[in-house]
Design a protein around this ligand. Structure first.
Ligand SMILES: Cc1ncc(COP(=O)(O)O)c(C=O)c1O
Length: 439
């Protein structure tokens, strides 16, 4: 054999190779924040196919709260995989789903007896909340908030209070959805304005007696990490009680220890009628649920709810392990410690750049954000700088997420198992990137 014919070891494809194959093979609407193709991950760090290391302040959008490849969660899933991976709970059930439902019913806020039903994604949980609320009330209307995000299926998208990029080209949406302003102190939108908008809505568009549900995020997630004040959630509870409306708390992003309570609406002492949960519930395995007051949950007829993969045994095994890890490692408390650490670092950064960092939001555990503006003016959002910071961060080994109706909020969603050292290392990268961008 000539030396030129010797077999060469093929080069391992790198990020650029995978990205160009992605562009050819996957629809362009599936956006990519950082074109680094992850090969493995552990707790709050990830490594790509080129061996580059990243600190993860995103956790796949608030999902891997117990850390990537958490040993207990992984072991529980491996054990389940040895037994069976799917039967369909509605055909031949399994005990883990019942056990998990019992635990969720216990964990849900308030003393009213609860029931749970499982699905697979957050959007599906939201859809099912609306189905259950309509079955219970026999009414049609659903009220949601400007800037809210509830998912990408038709009803969830209809409820979402932002057009671009979620709703463009996809209408018409289901009817009988109404939006009102979400009170945001930083932007000067008051609770009085919200309550007055609801009052007007009841006079102009739909009678309160025709409204099935109000859906609210206890912290607006995609909308910009604006926390719902205790007074706001309490006012919604009162309004719903007065008019027989079902109060749905969309805890998909804010639930499961993320905000320093097991569920974020506990801050307000409010017991929602229904809650949608997903993301952090199963530490990276697709599982979602509706947890709600038993009498309301039982309104739909047998067979009216469910789905082929609803409450997958893999997801249930993972979720049971996630609950144990949260408990054993005291992650609800840790979420507050993480929030306090970020608050310290962000306050220092804000002192350095008072005209750029308009607001820091660290009142809700490890659901933390900073809002970037021009000239310190809340009405001059700096979406370009936000985008540049996200890009510069991943190019320097840190995965950061943005959010916000105006695209000018950086959100920090680290694993609740992240070490102080990694938080500091990540925040050093944020500082360095900002210094460079603002030099
Ligand atoms: C508050 C909220 N609700 C619903 C969803 C939709 O969840 P999924 O993407 O799992 O469908 C999200 C996702 O970001 C969310 O943040």
């Amino acid at each position: 054999m000539k030396s030129s014919e010797k077999q060469m070891t093929p080069l391992k494809p790198g990020n650029a190779d995978w990205q160009s194959r992605k562009e050819a093979a996957i629809a362009r609407a599936i956006g990519i924040l950082a074109p680094v193709y992850i090969e493995h991950a552990k707790n709050a760090e990830m490594w790509d196919v080129e061996g580059q290391r990243f600190i993860d302040f995103a956790t796949g959008i608030a999902v891997c709260s117990t850390g990537h490849t958490n040993p207990k969660v992984t072991a529980a899933v491996q054990q389940q995989l040895q037994l069976f991976s799917h039967t369909c709970f509605g055909i031949t059930p399994y005990s883990s789903a019942v056990e998990l439902a019992e635990k969720l019913n216990e964990l849900a806020p308030g003393s009213t007896p609860k029931k749970t039903m499982f699905v697979t994604t957050g959007a599906e949980a939201v859809e099912n909340c609306v189905k259950i609320a309509r079955a219970h009330t026999g009414r049609r209307g659903v009220i949601a908030f400007n800037g809210g995000f509830h998912g990408r299926t038709m009803m969830a998208m209809g409820l979402t209070g932002k057009i671009t990029p979620y709703k463009n080209l996809f209408g018409p949406f289901p009817g009988d959805i109404f939006h009102v302003p979400f009170p945001i102190e930083y932007l000067g939108i008051t609770l009085e304005q919200t309550l007055s908008a609801l009052d007007t809505l009841f006079q102009v568009d739909i009678a309160a007696s025709d409204v099935a549900a109000i859906i609210v995020e206890p912290v607006q997630g995609e909308g910009g990490f604006y926390p719902a004040s205790n007074e706001f959630l309490q006012a919604l509870r009162k309004l719903c009680d007065e008019h027989g409306i079902v109060l749905i708390a969309d805890e998909v992003q804010s639930g499961f220890a993320r905000t320093g309570k097991f569920f974020c609406c506990e801050y307000a002492g409010v017991e929602p009628d229904l809650m949608s949960v997903a993301k952090g519930v199963a530490g990276g395995f697709p599982l979602a649920a509706v947890i709600g007051k038993a009498a309301i949950m039982d309104a739909p007829l047998p067979g009216g709810l469910g789905g082929t993969y609803a409450g997958s045994p893999i997801g249930c095994a993972a979720a049971l392990a996630v609950i144990d890890v949260i408990d054993e490692e005291n992650l609800v408390v840790r979420a507050n410690g993480i929030g306090a650490m970020f608050a310290r670092r962000l306050t220092q950064l804000q002192q350095q750049y008072p005209d750029v960092i308009g607001d820091i939001r660290a009142q809700r555990g490890a659901m933390i954000a900073m809002e970037l503006v021009k000239n310190g003016d809340p009405n001059l959002p700096d979406a370009e700088l936000t985008k540049a910071l996200v890009t510069s961060a991943w190019q320097n080994g840190l995965i950061l997420l943005s959010c916000g109706s105006r695209g000018n909020v950086i959100r920090f969603l680290p694993a609740l198992t992240i070490s102080d050292n990694l938080i500091n290392e990540g925040m050093d990268i944020v500082s360095r990137c900002l210094n460079t961008l603002l030099a």
